[in-house]
Design a protein around this ligand. Structure first.
Ligand code: FMN
Length: 357
């Protein structure tokens, strides 16, 4: 079989598994993905994803209902597998002391020791299960087997996220229907859970053929994918489809603030960094003042503790249009993002791909 036929067949199998026309996933983007963005991606024949990792169950229910008002196409809902944090109170207070100046600049009261750090995963998951969504995706860990089975019993498809071969194998053994292979280029948080984060820094070009050889389930390539040519390359390297993130951030349907979109319009290939500053988990975003100050000082509490400590700082900075103190998650190719409507991005990428095949 010619390469073009092989990759067409592979992409068609993934699209049919997910119940969509194109082997393109609009990546979950917690805090930025609106129901409008999800519906626009799904209406264009790809799979829109609603990242609900930071939302309480009632908000998850409302957001899913809104997506369903906007589209009757399949979509995915995404959650974070969040660990129970072991809180080091002294370290939290040291971080609060370091954040004090910034909090007063933004007009926020002095930070305290929070009583909770993240929404309850069991409650979030039950809300998603009750909503009977067509596709469930997760990141930062391995979903419990009984939960995979509960989703499958409903007919839902399950997608996990990996940053290395070992994680891909674990997700395939768990029974995931497909998995995301996230290269070091990718914007947002690293999915890493089975190896030290410092070692899971594999570029997509190296990662894809190794993951594709290691597992039988379809592989969805994530990290820096902004053009049809890159989709073609990912398919040639063994992927069955791609997941977009940064490509959708500047779209009118994206919930990114004006300051965030302006930062993306100006970012160069060297403009992003991996940081633990905002959440305590490694994530890639446009370098800015808060990132640099916190990273330089070190002594950062683990995720989700740090995430909670910076939450109201990021929200206040966002509301005040201060891009230097918000997380500007973006991948290494974010400079190629356009301000087209999300559906137009999906259709353009598909056209560019078709022209190559
Ligand atoms: C702003 C932002 C938020 C993200 N939030 C999530 C999330 O909630 N869950 C998840 O699995 N991936 C998340 N990601 C990763 C994306 O779904 C996608 O895999 C990644 O952006 C691909 O890399 P790219 O940005 O270089 O295209 C996020 C990425 C960005 C840029």
């Amino acid at each position: 079989m010619r390469a073009a036929e092989t990759i067409r067949a592979r992409a068609a199998r993934l699209a049919s598994l997910l119940g969509v026309e194109r082997a393109i996933v609009g990546g979950p983007m917690a805090g930025v993905n609106t129901p409008e963005l999800v519906a626009a991606v799904s209406d264009a024949g790809a799979l829109g994803s609603l990242g609900c990792g930071m939302m309480e169950p009632e908000s998850i229910e409302a957001a899913i209902a809104r997506v369903r008002q906007l589209t009757d196409r399949p979509f995915a809902v995404n959650l974070f597998i969040t660990p129970q944090p072991a809180v080091d109170e002294a370290q939290v207070l040291r971080m609060q002391a370091r954040l004090a100046r910034l909090r007063s600049e933004l007009g926020l009261p002095r930070g305290k020791l929070p009583s909770t750090f993240a929404p309850d995963f069991g409650e979030q998951f039950d809300a998603v299960l009750a909503a009977r969504v067509p596709v469930f995706s997760f990141t930062f860990g391995v979903l419990e087997k009984r939960r995979v089975e509960a989703l499958h019993a409903q007919g839902a498809k399950v997608i996990g996220a990996a940053s290395c071969v070992r994680e891909a194998r674990q997700l395939a053994e768990l029974g995931c229907d497909a998995l995301v292979a996230s290269g070091i280029e990718a914007g947002g948080h690293r999915p890493t859970f089975a190896v030290p984060a410092e070692t899971a820094q594999v570029g997509l070009f190296a990662l894809l053929p190794q993951v594709a050889a290691a597992v039988d389930v379809p592989v969805i390539a994530a990290g820096g994918v902004m053009t049809g040519a890159q989709i073609g390359a990912a398919l040639l390297l063994g992927a069955s489809g791609v997941q977009l993130g940064s490509a959708l951030l500047r779209c009118p349907e994206s919930g990114a603030s004006v300051a965030y979109k302006e930062a993306l319009a100006a970012v160069e290939d060297t403009g992003t960094r991996l940081t633990r500053a905002f959440s305590g988990r490694w994530a890639r975003g446009v370098a800015n003042r808060l990132m640099q100050e916190i990273d330089a000082a070190g002594d950062i509490p683990e995720y989700p503790i740090q995430n909670r400590l910076t939450q109201d700082i990021r929200a206040a900075a966002n509301a005040q249009g201060k891009a230097d103190c918000v997380s500007l998650w973006a991948g290494q190719a974010a400079g190629l993002a356009t301000s087209e409507a999300a559906g137009d991005v999906v259709r353009r990428l598909q056209r560019e791909l078709e022209a190559l095949l």
